[in-house]
Design a protein around this ligand. Structure first.
Ligand SMILES: C[S@@+](CC[C@H](N)C(=O)[O-])C[C@H]1O[C@@H](n2cnc3c(N)ncnc32)[C@H](O)[C@@H]1O
Length: 429
């Protein structure tokens, strides 16, 4: 079809769509459907009409977007969200209501899953609100209706369906109490004025959209996402959404499969995924043990004896300065990025044998262990990172989550508070 190229360009410019990502036939079929609805056979004529008519552009959008979604898609992000909320909003009843953004929300499957997860974790609807945004008016209309077929329920555990839906003739209607916790909004992720009057969000879900964007659109989308994400907020991406082009200052958090990120402290160099595991800048210079008070000195001796995996002849480390560049740790981060966790762990250990233990090395090792599914080794590494750098907010947060998983609420709250104080000291709100 002769008009396809410039129509492709229009779609890219306005909604970020990379036509190749959805297969060129989707766009051609969409065009054909729209031309036949209008009784047009000339693509150039359609293009002229499209450029003039916002309504027609919206109609074309409805044909070319991928509205695929289902409840509790991927599962783990929702478990992580529940853990996070238990040790924050549930533990601290005075916090203002939790603000969540689901963008894109398709026909409501994701924002309603978030609302169900929060309620099931024990957070009452008065203590959170989910804003749900999508460019597709058709999807939003389906979300408003909130009646779903079996295809919207694909996980193995469907217990939530009996709790929150009423079945009628093979269709499932969502309870009003969940529906009312979600505000549906039509909007475009590329719009620089999107939700401009809203305060930033504590949680942002942006899953399974960036994969359909061109590189340029993805960069624009990042600007918006980072504007919408609160300083201490969590961003959830889809498993195939690409972070690498963003240059966004984000660190991964949570187990493998969570795809959750939070901002790196402002002092860090531009980090991406595992490479983001850099040392937080120290607020005080390292001090030799002899100048510490007794309890500090005891603690540091404990650190030295517990942590040092190097030979006994090595000098007792003071609090080890962790900001020195380490090619071995950079390599470890790269291996971790590729899912080669054993090699990454071996490189961390080699780095510590050669240059002594550092908070960065232990934190990276902890993340690697966690990603490989070994929570107890991960916890021990995070503890060592915190021994070496009591302000290591990422290790503190990781420990909070692990304590939460063990059901140890008190430790989880303690670690989280320490992490928040550490972040506040670094100017991350
Ligand atoms: C595959 S669904 C993802 C839904 C949900 N986040 C999930 O992971 O299941 C992609 C959604 O992105 C929406 N979309 C496409 N371009 C958009 C844009 N520029 N701004 C906002 N939403 C967009 C589509 O309408 C569609 O509903």
């Amino acid at each position: 079809m002769s008009g396809t190229r410039s129509i492709d360009e229009l779609l890219t410019e306005r909604i970020g769509l990379d036509p190749e990502s959805v297969g060129s036939s989707l766009v051609s079929r969409g065009l054909e459907a729209r031309m036949s609805a209008l009784g047009l056979s000339d693509a150039k004529e359609y293009e002229r009409h499209l450029i003039r008519s916002g309504e027609e552009f919206q109609a074309l959008i409805e044909e070319v977007v991928v509205p695929e979604s289902w409840f509790f898609r991927d599962d783990r992000p929702f478990t992580y969200l529940q853990d996070h909320v238990r040790s924050t909003w549930l533990a601290e009843p005075d916090r203002p209501p939790l603000r969540v953004l689901s963008l894109p929300c398709a026909a409501g499957e994701e924002p309603y899953s978030i609302a169900m997860a929060l309620r099931d974790a024990g957070l009452p609807s008065t203590r959170f609100r989910v804003d749900a945004v999508d460019v597709s008016a058709r999807s939003l209309a389906r979300a408003r209706l909130a009646i779903y077929g079996r295809n919207a329920f694909r996980g193995a555990d469907l217990a939530f369906r009996s709790r929150h839906f009423k079945e009628q003739n093979g269709r499932f209607e969502l309870d009003a109490s969940v529906r009312n916790a979600v505000r549906l909004i039509q909007g475009n992720l590329l719009d620089p004025g999107l939700l401009a009057n809203e305060p930033a969000y504590d949680i942002v879900f942006c899953r399974n959209l960036l994969i359909y964007f061109t590189d340029e659109a993805r960069t624009q989308a990042w600007t918006n996402l980072l504007r919408l994400l609160a300083g201490s907020g969590l961003l959830f991406l889809g498993h195939a959404d690409r972070l690498d082009l963003a240059g966004a200052r984000l660190c991964p958090v949570g187990d493998k499969g969570t795809f959750a990120y939070r901002r790196a402290p402002a002092s860090l160099p531009s980090p991406v995924r595992w490479k983001s595991i850099e040392p937080p800048s120290r607020t005080e210079p390292a001090r030799p043990i002899t100048r510490l008070n007794t309890s500090e000195a005891n603690r540091s001796r404990l650190q030295a004896s517990e942590i040092r995996p190097t030979s006994q002849a090595a000098p007792t480390p003071a609090i080890v300065k962790s900001s020195a560049p380490s090619p071995l740790l950079d390599q470890a981060a790269e291996r971790a990025d590729q899912g080669r966790y054993d090699e990454a762990a071996a490189l961390c250990e080699q780095a510590m044998r050669e240059s002594g233990p550092t908070a960065r090395a232990y934190f990276l090792l902890g993340m690697v262990r966690q990603a490989a599914g070994d929570r107890s080794a991960a916890e021990s590494s995070f503890q060592k990172a915190v021994y070496l750098d009591a302000q290591h907010d990422e290790a503190l947060l990781a420990l909070a989550l692990l304590a939460q998983r063990r059901g140890d609420e008190t430790s989880a709250i303690g670690y989280r508070r320490r992490a928040e104080r550490a972040l506040a000291r670094k100017g991350v709100q």
